[in-house]
Write a protein that binds this ligand. Structure first.
Ligand SMILES: C[S@@+](CC[C@H](N)C(=O)[O-])C[C@H]1O[C@@H](n2cnc3c(N)ncnc32)[C@H](O)[C@@H]1O
Length: 395
């Protein structure tokens, strides 16, 4: 599941063609007039620009969709104009040399690599994603349940929805897809089964809850059984992209903040299309990139949030992929609700920190807070990430 992303490398030594141009510049400007100096400066600027463009090194835009991105991206300093009206000719020559030298040296280089985030951060995310699964049992105890007690779905749904905005997106899926009693629905990336159980209960349909991680799958199965819902929710463990699905097995597919984990999304959509009946529909809700990344701070936040993935598609990217897979698509931008949700969640966790530390331990709470503040920054301060609601019909 790990794919290369960009990591800043810092200052690089001069590359050799640029180095040659610089020594040529420094040698030839000595002993020349101010007017010739200015002409030479402009001429060498052009040569340098040309050399940089031809070397294929220079790019100002970092494309995070993962397509057509060079392995290394060099960012160059902006032009520093020498002061040609300065009476001090010696100083002016120094300024010209410095200015040209600056332009030959990348100030920042991004390298595609697996290790975009530090090992510590990487472990932290593993911790958050994989090891907080047992928390549901602590939460259930807080509500007065003992081990193995039967569970009321009304209590569980306040705790088991791992996506944003509780059961609202599941209600939206039922309405927008027109999910009816008896329908067969696949839930992709079902976590501990929260959306699957709510959906099966609300729409009286049959749900197959597909989850990659064995721990999530195990807890999901246990909760479903304790809710007495094994007849309507079937749990399946494995990577959805390689799981064998019956041809035209499902009426609908739903997914809540899970598709972004899948690297080859086009392949996933084709796979899902194959498992849908003719005219079958998909609803999924996902994080979307709203703009290009501007600086290393934004890049670092996104890398941390995405763990080891290097792609966060835009709304348009998702639409294009779904259309390529043969779907008619409608898209709704729900970024406002993501801004509000991430802000409120962070605020609530800061306010209730002491209680949370008592229940879950300091390490766990710190790691969640780090994730929550990063998500808040990405959606609010940076305006880099938002949400999309996608409804697609198999054409
Ligand atoms: C953010 S959680 C959301 C869980 C659930 N949809 C919910 O809203 O409560 C995303 C889930 O997708 C699962 N997942 C990621 N990649 C997957 C894959 N290739 N196949 C199946 N599940 C996957 C993860 O293990 C995780 O449990």
């Amino acid at each position: 599941m790990c794919f290369p992303a960009f990591v800043p490398l810092g200052l690089l030594p001069l590359t050799s063609p640029l180095k040659r141009i610089l020594s040529l510049v420094s040698g030839s400007i000595l002993g020349t007039t101010r007017l010739r100096l200015r002409r030479k400066f402009i001429e060498y600027l052009r040569i340098l620009d040309d050399a940089i463009a031809r070397s294929g090194l220079h790019t100002t835009r970092l494309d995070t969709t993962g397509t057509a991105v060079p392995d290394r991206v060099h960012v160059f300093a902006p032009l520093l104009q020498p002061d040609f009206s300065s009476p001090d000719k010696k100083n002016l020559k120094m300024q010209v040399v410095r200015s040209l030298a600056r332009l030959t040296r990348p100030i920042l280089t991004f390298q595609r690599t697996k290790a975009t985030i530090s090992n510590e951060d990487h472990k932290l995310r593993q911790f958050i994603i994989y090891d907080h699964v047992e928390r549901i049992y602590t939460d259930l105890k807080e509500l007065g349940y003992r081990d193995n007690d039967p569970l009321k779905l009304a209590d569980l749904i306040t705790l088991d929805q791992w996506h944003y905005n509780g059961t609202e997106p599941v209600d939206a899926a039922i309405k927008l897809l027109g999910i009816r009693e008896g329908a067969r629905v696949l839930d992709v990336g079902s976590g501990i089964g929260g959306p699957s159980r709510y959906l099966a209960h609300k729409a009286k349909c049959h749900v197959t809850a597909s989850e990659l991680l064995p721990d999530n799958h195990r807890v999901g199965k246990d909760l479903t059984s304790r809710c007495g819902m094994t007849g309507s929710v079937k749990h399946m463990c494995g990577d959805i992209t390689t799981t064998k699905l019956g041809k035209e097995e499902f009426d609908h597919v739903v997914s809540f903040q899970a598709v972004y984990y899948v690297e080859d999304k086009l392949r996933l959509f084709r796979h899902l299309s194959n498992s849908l009946k003719p005219g079958g529909t998909i609803y999924f809700e996902e994080f979307c990139r709203l703009k290009d990344i501007k600086n290393s701070e934004e890049q670092a936040a996104l890398d941390f949030f995405l763990l080891c993935l290097n792609t966060l598609p835009t709304h348009r990217d998702y639409k294009t992929m779904l259309e390529k897979a043969g779907f008619d698509v409608t898209v709704q931008d729900i970024s406002d609700s993501y801004r509000e949700f991430t802000h409120q969640r962070w605020k609530k966790w800061v306010e209730q920190r002491d209680r949370s530390v008592r229940l879950y331990g300091e390490d766990m709470v710190n790691s969640w807070l780090k994730l929550y503040v990063t998500a808040r920054n990405l959606c609010n301060e940076f305006g880099l990430m938002g949400g999309g609601r996608f409804v697609a019909r198999k054409a």
